[in-house]
Design a protein around this ligand. Structure first.
Ligand SMILES: [Zn+2]
Ligand SMILES: [Zn+2]
Length: 308
C-alpha cells in the first residue's frame, strides 16, 4: 500500500516537471540566496502539526511574507549527505557515502556560481555544524574537481574535525552575513537530528524551536543589511525527516523520512500562501539556478508556483 502511494507521488512529480519546466527568461530582483537546512526534523513536529507550536517564528512571523509547500519530499536517499547533495547538485545520488569521505558525483551550485564569478570566493559559503558537509563544495567530476571552490566553515575546523554546536554555527553565520554579504550561502543546523538519534524527545523538540529562532534572527540580520535587504531570497527546508514509527532514526522510504517542510520568501516570490505542488529537494537546485542566472543541466524543475 505504501509503495502504491509512493508510485502515485513519483508519477505526479513527473507530470509536474514536464508541464512546468519551461518559463520565460526574466530579470529577478533576487541578488542573494540563503538556504537554511534544519537537519532531520520530522514534518509531524514542524509544519505538519496544526498548531505549528515548535516553529512559531517561521509559521507566524515569516509565514506572512513567504510561501509554504505542503507536498515537499526527499525523493532520494533519506540521510544527511544525500539529502543535501540533492539540493546543491540537482541530482539524486545512488547512495553516496554519508560520512563525508566521498565527494558528490556532480558539481554543486556553489561551483557553478563560482565559475561565473571566479574572483568572488568570499561571496559563496557553506556554513555547517556538521564537518562532513564541507564535501558539498567540491565534486569528483574530473572536469570540476578542486576548481571554483566556495568558502567553507564546517564543523570544528573543517572536514574530519567533528561536529560543532548550532549556537556556534549561528554566530558564524551572522558574522559571515555581516562581513561578506554572501550571494549564495547554505547553512546547516544539526541539533534536531542529533537529539533525535539520542532518543531525547524533549531536546529534539526544543532544538526545532531554537533553530526556528535562529532562522528568524538570520532573516532580521539580512533585512537590516542595506545591501541584502529587499534583494535576498531565503529557502528553509530539511535534508530528510525521521521514521514515522520511531523518531530516533531515519534512512528508508517511509512517509516520515521522505516528507519534509519547505518555506521560501524573497522579492520574487508570493507571500502568505500555502502551496501543494509536489516538489522535491532537486527542485531547489533548479530554482536557485534560475534566480541567480546559472545555466546548467537541471534534473529538477524550477518551482514556478512560488513566483509572483
Ligand atoms: Zn541523522
Ligand atoms: Zn523511515
Amino acid at each position: 500500500m505504501r509503495n502504491v502511494k509512493w508510485l502515485i507521488l513519483v508519477a505526479s512529480f513527473i507530470i509536474v516537471s514536464c508541464r512546468r519546466d519551461k518559463i520565460a527568461p526574466r530579470q529577478y530582483k533576487t541578488d542573494y540566496v540563503v538556504i537554511v537546512v534544519m537537519d532531520g526534523a520530522r514534518y509531524s513536529e514542524t509544519y505538519g502539526i496544526p498548531s505549528k507550536q515548535y516553529i512559531p517564528r517561521m509559521s507566524q512571523d515569516l509565514g506572512s511574507i513567504g510561501c509554504w509547500n505542503t507536498s515537499f519530499y526527499n525523493t532520494g536517499i533519506t540521510n544527511t549527505i544525500n539529502g543535501h547533495v540533492a539540493m546543491t547538485t540537482g541530482f539524486l545520488e545512488n547512495n553516496l557515502e554519508n560520512s563525508g569521505f566521498e565527494l558528490p558525483t556532480h558539481p554543486s551550485i556553489f561551483q557553478e556560481w563560482m565559475k561565473l564569478h571566479p574572483q568572488s570566493q568570499e561571496k559563496a559559503w557553506i556554513v555547517a555544524s556538521k564537518d562532513k558537509l564541507e564535501v558539498l563544495g567540491n565534486t569528483k567530476d574530473n572536469s570540476w574537481r578542486d576548481t571554483y571552490l566556495p568558502s567553507t566553515d564546517c564543523g570544528i575546523n573543517g572536514l574530519g574535525s567533528g561536529y560543532r554546536s548550532d549556537s556556534l554555527t549561528f554566530a558564524h553565520s551572522i558574522k559571515i552575513l555581516n562581513k561578506h554579504q554572501p550571494k549564495l550561502l547554505l547553512i546547516n543546523f544539526k541539533d534536531p537530528d542529533t537529539y533525535g538519534h539520542a532518543g531525547d524527545w524533549q531536546n529534539y523538540l526544543q532544538s526545532i524551536q531554537t533553530t526556528d529562532e535562529y532562522i528568524h534572527s538570520l532573516w532580521q540580520t539580512i533585512e537590516q543589511n542595506p545591501e541584502m535587504s529587499g534583494k535576498t531570497t531565503l529557502i528553509v527546508t530539511n535534508d530528510h525527516g525521521r521514521h514515522t514509527s520511531n523518531f530516533q532514526n531515519h534512512g528508508d522510504d517511509c512517509e516520515g523520512c521522505r516528507k519534509i517542510f519547505f518555506f521560501a520568501c524573497g522579492p520574487d516570490f508570493k507571500s502568505n500562501i500555502e502551496l501543494n505542488t509536489p516538489r522535491s529537494l532537486i527542485d531547489i537546485h533548479a530554482t536557485v539556478s534560475e534566480l541567480l542566472g546559472i545555466q546548467n543541466f537541471r534534473r529538477g524543475s524550477v518551482m514556478v508556483e512560488l513566483f509572483k
